[in-house]
Design a binder for this molecule. Structure first.
Ligand SMILES: [Zn+2]
Length: 119
């Protein structure tokens, strides 16, 4: 009696592996882009909070901004503000991240693509 061996043929395996490769090639860049957007969002939110707290600190202690005071404030109060360890600077009332320079710690919100911006 002739018993047929069951299993996948080489062609079937090649097709499946090709489909998985294509899906991976499409998904990985989107995932990396998503991770960058999340890091940027976390940094912007943290910068907004630090900006408010630092302004309150300056007002509460009735002192003017100096870079040394700002650096001491950051070291004393915060462990990690930027997820990718950007360096922060205080310029004209705004805190900026060296890595995420294009974001603002202020109230400006950028409208996502394909949506009508808020007025
Ligand atoms: Zn940052």
């Amino acid at each position: 009696m002739d018993k047929k061996i069951e299993g996948f043929t080489l062609l079937e395996l090649i097709v499946v592996i090709s489909i998985l490769g294509i899906l991976t090639a499409l998904a990985v860049p989107r995932l990396v882009d998503f991770i960058h957007k999340v890091e940027e969002s976390v940094c912007a939110t943290n910068l907004t909070n630090v900006e408010r707290l630092y302004s309150a600190y300056l007002l509460e202690n009735n002192i003017e901004h100096e870079d040394s005071i700002f650096n001491q404030f950051l070291i004393a109060c915060f462990n990690e503000i930027c997820p990718v360890n950007g360096v922060f600077s205080y310029e004209y009332g705004e805190i900026k991240c060296s890595v995420h320079e294009d974001i603002s710690g202020g109230n400006e919100e950028e409208a996502p693509d394909n949506e009508v911006p808020w007025l």
